[in-house]
Design a protein around this ligand. Structure first.
Ligand code: G3H
Ligand code: 13P
Ligand code: NA
Ligand code: ZN
Length: 307
């Protein structure tokens, strides 16, 4: 069935593991992820960005997710990723999404609270869970000074105030991750002390980690071997994600690793089997690559076997 994220994130928080939230854009990605969840007996969140919704159209994505549920019997959370307005969140709720993220983190605290509250009110009336964000993820690298960290990373006291005032169900925080394939220029590092402080001030509350792809070097090398140009890509090492889950992160977002896994598989076919031009010839291995990568993540996050 389509379920809200309320129970699975509470359970993850209590069990000190994290549920994987994977971005979807098309049929093969949805199938790969849901088949991995079935194989691993893991709870799963499929998330749709505004860009994905524009690319595939909402009705295709909701219908494909319904089909995946019918096909496998797996419970799925259908979540809006980085909703930037009340209107977009409402529209997704009206389309049948069971969870939405309102990302008003670019505004000041007061405005972020105001917009988030508005979304929470509508969502909760419809049995839908809400994720919000506090702090700034983009462009933060390992070399940032403490002062810069304080300006961009999530302030734990503010986070506690934010959760209290908005009634939100989960909160994405900034502790050193960033979106995309270039997360750190030097040694990867996360501000675990900040995460621990947040969890201490807001007990039993699910924390979300965005920008959490690992950018496995095997995928980067495969891509580059078959003609890609993505030198120096670096993500969050898996053991750091496992540690974050133990410390209180209950939802971990992954998109970049799906892109890398899928594209490497497609490039391999193009280079090694140039006679193939049936799309199934390269989309089938791409789907398998997504499935295997996601199944592995579920083990790293500790949610395998918790479905
Ligand atoms: O947070 C960003 C996600 O990776 C979605 O990316 O906006 O290109 O679909 P997108
Ligand atoms: P990555 O770019 O690290 O995969 O992060 C995805 C994400 O946070 C989607 O919201
Ligand atoms: Na999200
Ligand atoms: Zn994100």
């Amino acid at each position: 069935a389509l379920i809200s994220s309320k129970e699975i994130l509470q359970k993850a928080k209590e069990g000190k593991y994290a549920v994987g939230a994977f971005n979807v854009n098309n049929m093969e990605i949805i199938q790969g992820i849901v088949e991995a969840a079935e194989q691993e007996n893991a709870p799963v969140i499929l998330q749709v960005s505004a860009g994905a919704r524009k690319y595939a159209k909402s009705v295709y994505l909701t219908s494909l997710v319904d089909a995946a549920i019918k096909d496998t019997g797996v419970d799925v959370v259908l979540h809006l990723d980085h909703g930037d307005s009340f209107e977009l969140c409402k529209s997704c709720i009206d389309d049948g999404f069971t969870s939405v993220m309102i990302d008003a983190s670019k505004y000041d605290l007061e405005k972020n609270i105001e917009i988030t509250k508005q979304v929470v009110e509508y969502a909760h009336d419809h049995g839908v869970t809400v994720e919000a964000e506090l702090g700034k993820l983009a462009g933060v690298e390992d070399a940032v000074k403490v002062a810069a960290k304080d300006a961009t990373y999530t302030d734990p006291e503010e986070a506690a105030e934010f959760v209290e005032k908005t009634g939100v169900d989960s909160l994405a925080i900034a502790i050193g991750t960033s979106h995309g394939a270039y997360k750190f220029s030097g040694e990867p590092s996360l501000d675990y002390a900040r995460l621990e402080k947040v969890c201490e001030l807001i007990p039993n509350f699910p924390i979300v980690l965005h920008g959490a792809s690992s950018v496995p070097q095997e995928f980067v090398e495969l891509n580059n071997k078959y003609g890609a140009k993505i030198p120096g890509a670096q993500g969050v090492p898996e053991e750091m994600l496992a540690k974050a889950a133990k410390l209180g992160v209950a939802k971990i977002n992954v998109d970049t690793d799906i892109r890398l896994a899928m594209t490497a598989a497609i490039r391999k076919v193009f280079v090694e089997e140039p006679e193939v031009f049936d799309p199934r010839g390269y989309l089938k291995p791409a789907r398998t690559a997504v499935k295997d990568m996601v199944a592995h993540k579920m083990q790293v996050f500790g949610c395998a076997g918790k479905g």
